[in-house]
Ligand binder design. Structure first.
Ligand SMILES: Cc1ncc(COP(=O)(O)O)c(C=O)c1O
Length: 494
């Protein structure tokens, strides 16, 4: 090291400085993205385990058998939690999206193998309620399936008959959520999965969000491997498993469990190097998130998760009660588990409504972050209202009175303020010809439009109501181009 190079301590100081601009990851003030158990000891255990496993490479568990041992334990824990039989097998992945991608890839490969004539002529379909996580659209795009979203009611609930009505020979996979992220609603797994099984169609339950909470939530209808026809389940350890980011499980059940899991794998001996067998999308893999998840599941066990789930339930009850008491604000649908979406109460005159995006911006000014969700008009024209999403964590339970107080005060501040109006901005975009005939702005034009919209500068405390209103108004490909450019520019070296 030469004298001119920065010292490790200076480098870490700089990182501390950079981290100061981040939204707080602990304390329950950010009600999305982060899943704080509120238990310091748990974070310390996860850090220590992650550090121990840091030099390993998950690429080859025959060289590093500790990885296979931890994986067996984690999959075994998840299997018991989800009432899977001994025939249920699984894989630890890098996160929810990867678990969902692999469930779809596996279903597609089996469909192709079982329908060779159809497969030569057409793409299979993936059927899911419109509220299913976007990871399934990504999977359909990457693995060449047609995504067939089933329209939901305005409150986000879905009629199982609508899903069942779409089950044809070309359906490779039906997906339901436990619960859905945007609404917190539990999809009708008990009606959909057996109907799929009767037609020979696999059914994936996406429990990425609720997988480590709903098993301890009382009085729920069965939604896991107890339901006939459920062939795979994804559950994220880096959400309510309380592990650091980078770890989820995908389990396969039913008569073809091993074949389904095998279809996720990529293996080749046809190159000049070592034989490659990848059970997931990545090659080299960090073992740190797995080790952290392993340590946490060992430490918490059933009782620990049950206790943390109780804290979430208390927070959920308190938040729902608070929203009920706030004039002009309402909970969307009847959520179960750790997510709630709030909307303007449309049963009262607009002068008394609380716009959820105005509310989210007002809460940001008060140091709390709830997540803006643009309204969504489905293929049948039915609109799911624009809302704000709240992920409720055990850490929130500790400061629940402060949060419900802030929710009430921020609602008072914005009650009667109309939703943000981005029509003038949208007119500029369309006047420039974007959105007509599928014309989408390229990187440079997208950046100019973002600057025009005043949305080119982002920060953890920026108001977002206008940007979200613009997203709602623009044709989806145009909005997607703008948002992609916004994110891409963030990592351009300065
Ligand atoms: C229901 C559901 N599925 C899938 C995902 C994707 O998970 P990840 O962000 O870990 O890739 C999420 C994330 O919030 C989710 O809530």
């Amino acid at each position: 090291m030469s004298a001119g190079e920065p010292r490790p301590a200076d480098i870490l100081d700089r990182l501390h400085h950079l981290r100061a601009a981040d939204a707080p990851t602990h304390g329950g003030r950010v009600l999305s993205y982060v899943y704080d158990s509120g238990v310091t000891e748990l974070d310390e255990l996860a850090d220590a385990a992650a550090r121990l496993a840091r030099p390993l490479n998950g690429l080859d568990p025959t060289v590093f058998p500790s990885i296979a041992a931890m994986e067996r334990d984690v999959i075994g824990f998840a299997r018991r939690m989800l009432h899977g039989r001994r025939s249920v097998v699984g894989t630890v992945t890098s996160g929810g999206t990867e678990s969902c991608l692999l469930a779809v890839k596996s279903a597609r490969d089996l469909w192709r193998a079982e329908n060779p004539t159809d497969a030569a002529r057409k793409r299979p379909r993936l059927v899911a309620p419109a509220t299913a996580h976007a990871a399934f659209q990504k999977a359909a795009a990457l693995f060449d399936l047609d995504f067939d979203p089933v329209p939901c009611a305005p409150d986000g609930s879905v009629d199982p008959a609508e899903i069942i009505g779409r089950m044809g020979n070309d359906v490779a996979l039906v997906v339901v959520s436990a619960p859905s992220y945007p609404t917190g609603l539990l999809d009708p797994v008990g009606a959909v999965a057996p109907a799929a099984a009767d037609r020979g169609i696999p059914c994936h339950v996406d429990a990425c969000f609720g997988g480590f909470v709903l098993p301890w939530w009382p009085k729920l209808p069965a939604w896991d491997f107890r339901v006939r026809g459920v062939t795979s389940i994804s559950a994220d350890l880096h959400k309510f498993g309380y592990a650091p980011k980078g770890v989820s499980v995908l389990l396969h059940g039913g008569p073809q469990a091993r074949r389904r899991r095998r279809a996720q794998f990529f293996a080749t001996t046809r190159w000049a190097g070592y034989p490659v067998v990848n059970p997931t999308l990545l090659g080299s893999r960090s073992a740190s998130p797995l080790a952290a998840a392993w340590a946490i599941t060992q430490h918490l066990g059933d009782d620990g998760y049950a206790e943390l789930t109780d804290a979430i339930r208390r927070a959920a009850t308190a938040v729902r009660r608070a929203v009920h008491e706030i004039p002009g604000l309402a909970v969307l649908g009847d959520p179960v588990g750790p997510a709630i979406a709030v909307v303007a109460d449309e049963s009262v005159p607009s002068a008394h409504r609380v716009d959820p995006h105005r509310l989210a911006d007002a809460l940001t000014r008060r140091g709390w972050k709830i997540q803006h969700q643009p309204g969504f008009t489905q293929s049948d024209g039915v609109r799911i209202l624009h809302s704000a999403h709240l992920t409720l964590t055990p850490a929130l339970d500790d400061g629940i009175d402060e949060f419900t107080g802030a929710l009430a005060a921020a609602s008072d501040e914005v009650r009667g303020v109309p939703p943000a109006d981005a029509r003038a901005l949208a007119r500029v975009v369309t006047a420039l010809g974007y959105g007509h005939g599928g014309r989408v702005p390229g990187p440079r034009a997208a950046w100019t439009l973002l600057r025009l919209a005043g949305a080119a500068k982002v920060s953890a405390d920026a108001p977002l109501a206008t940007l979200m209103a613009l997203v709602e108004l623009l044709p989806a490909p145009v909005a997607e181009a703008l948002l992609s450019e916004l994110l891409a520019r963030l990592s351009d070296p300065r």
